[in-house]
Write a protein that binds this ligand. Structure first.
Ligand SMILES: [Zn+2]
Length: 266
């Protein structure tokens, strides 16, 4: 998932012109704000790729040293049978604005009506974005694409709903987004796009639920993950329209380190 602010107090001397006050609270909604202009440019390959994120900046330490990192392989035989009614996803028709942030294409949600509840806490959908190929694997299987629906509660804790995508029929719910993906950071339009999110999710909301991290720097931990087990379908053309812009923007699998994975449903 994408940027959440992390506690830190380091402002590189080279960036005095961009001197900013960085809040101590984590905020999903702070992505793409100027606070991160001083952060190093990370990528998915080579000298600035995932193996090096942790050493690139003191704020990225969790990427290298964290013990509860994401993504991970989710094995159904190892998952603990959890309670039914553990969570509830209430997504509906919503207006979004698309941005290309250089790492993915992100749909910023304009109204706060889409929510997920988990353990009695309510999280509001802030944005969703995509990775290709998938970041999580289920029973060792990697998918063509993974959508991350990033939600935040009143204490700025994040809950991400992961939706796996396999190649198949065109996805009508995501067509308004995938027919106009901004190919560059400059080409995004401010035109709101209406997306029926309820129709995008799979019918079966059984999910692997575990605690992990952002899958992009600063790799902040304490993120609730709800990875739906039933994949959705998108056509090859839809998948390719994203893959032409981002060839591979998936972080490699991380160690589970004995973390509990629950198999739960609504
Ligand atoms: Zn993501």
């Amino acid at each position: 998932m994408e940027m959440i602010m992390q506690k830190h107090s380091v402002v590189p001397l080279t960036c005095l012109a961009a001197l900013v006050v960085v809040t101590a609270s984590a905020s999903v909604l702070a992505q793409s704000q100027h606070d991160w202009s001083a952060a190093p440019h990370w990528t998915y390959a080579g000298a600035t790729g995932p193996d090096h994120w942790g050493a690139m900046d003191p704020r990225f330490t969790a990427c290298g040293k964290g013990k509860d990192q994401s993504p991970i392989d989710l094995e159904s035989r190892d998952a603990k049978s959890g309670k039914n009614g553990a969570f509830h996803i209430a997504y509906e028709k919503t207006d979004v604005a698309l941005v290309n942030n250089g790492h993915t294409i992100q749909a910023n949600v304009k109204d706060p009506n889409d929510t997920v509840t988990l353990d009695g806490d309510t999280y509001h959908l802030a944005q969703f974005h995509f990775h290709t190929p998938s970041e999580h694997t289920t029973d060792g299987q990697r998918y063509k694409l993974e959508a991350h629906f990033v939600n935040e509660d009143s204490n700025k804790r994040a809950l991400v709903v992961g939706v796996l995508v396999r190649e198949g029929k065109p996805n009508p719910g995501l067509a308004p987004v995938f027919s106009q993906l901004p190919a560059s950071e400059e080409s995004a339009s401010n035109q709101p796009i209406s997306v029926d999110l309820a129709s995008v999710l799979p019918k079966d909301h059984r999910a692997f639920v575990y605690t992990g991290s952002l899958t992009t720097p600063p790799c902040t931990e304490g993120v609730h993950w709800v990875v739906l087990e039933q994949p959705i379908e998108m056509s090859r053309e839809q998948i390719d329209s994203f893959a032409r812009i981002f060839h591979a923007n998936n972080r490699p699998l991380q160690k589970a380190n004995g973390r509990e994975i629950d198999d739960e449903s609504e």
